[in-house]
Design a protein around this ligand. Sequence first.
Ligand code: HEM
Length: 130
Amino acid sequence: MLFPYLKYTHVTTVVITALLFLLRLRWALTAPARLQKGWIRIIPHVNDATLFFTGLGMAVLLHQYPFVNGWLTAKLTALLGYIILGTVALKRGRSRRQQVIAASLAILCFTYIVGVAITRDPRSLLLLFA
Ligand code: HEM
């Protein structure tokens, strides 16, 4: 059965993504030159691709699809927001203030995505208070 392996890999890459984001944010704010060279330019992309394709693999196995099932539509939409806000935080932000605001919103998106994944509901973690 492939599903548990996909899920284990998916959740591992979720944790790695979060850690790499926090590390890159720290460097973006304190030592941006470190983001330009070496493994930090490659590993996040490999990890993100693994995250994406394991998610897609599970979606196929579960017969649940974005733009068909609400929770996956919400997840993918929030993922788009996370990616855009993440680039502003790490690269495109014109000031420290812009970077910090974008990073905070990106972390909010990420938390929302994890909540949607766990609850399988677009209301995400708000469900816990319902
Ligand atoms: C930053 C992006 C993502 C994060 C943080 C994330 C997070 C998670 C987490 C934490 C789980 C485990 C939930 C549990 O324990 O039940 C999960 C499961 C899952 N994810 Fe993701 N995910 C992301 C991207 C994606 C993408 C792009 C897809 C598909 C297009 C996807 C599809 C799935 C599916 C199908 C499951 C299995 C749900 C279940 O077993 O009920 N994920 N995700």
